[in-house]
Design a protein. Structure first.
Length: 93
């Protein structure tokens, strides 16, 4: 709650948050934790995910999430980058 309140106060549209995977797991109500060095994207939605759409306007893809427990104010969770350990990378080549 304190992080969300702080984020609302910031004038920037894009903010990078770095932290421990257990924190993000709890905050986003996930049933898994992020891997080390992962880069994820998520949007904090002031409308709690209930964007007002005009007639004929396309639905925002960020509101359809494969993460059913994601709190409604957080939308569009997706992994942007994942470190692949050398042993896994070598075996797949």
């Amino acid at each position: 709650d304190a992080l969300e309140a702080w984020l609302w106060e910031q004038p920037e549209d894009v903010i990078c948050c770095i932290g421990h995977s257990q924190f993000f797991k709890a905050m986003l109500k996930l049933d898994f934790k992020f891997d080390n060095c992962d880069v994820w994207q998520v949007r904090l939605d002031r409308n709690d995910g209930k964007d007002e759409k005009k007639d004929g306007e396309a639905e925002d893809e960020s509101n359809t999430s494969p993460y059913p427990n994601l709190p409604p104010q957080w939308t569009g969770l997706k992994r942007l980058f994942q470190i692949v350990p050398e042993t896994e990378a070598e075996s797949s080549s």
